[in-house]
Ligand binder design. Structure first.
Ligand SMILES: [Zn+2]
Length: 45
């Protein structure tokens, strides 16, 4: 079974952390808590 490296992105506004297998957020991603776009997220790992 293949193990996937997950990436995490944190919302700079509200602190929400999003986990994804992708290395970047989609352009139309919005924070489910505060509604900001991917430009307000920082990559953690
Ligand atoms: Zn947020």
């Amino acid at each position: 079974m293949e193990e996937k490296k997950m990436h995490h992105f944190r919302c700079l506004v509200c602190g929400y952390v999003y986990e994804t297998a992708d290395e970047k957020l989609p352009d139309d991603f919005v924070c489910p808590l505060c509604g900001v776009g991917p430009d307000q997220f920082e990559q953690i790992d």
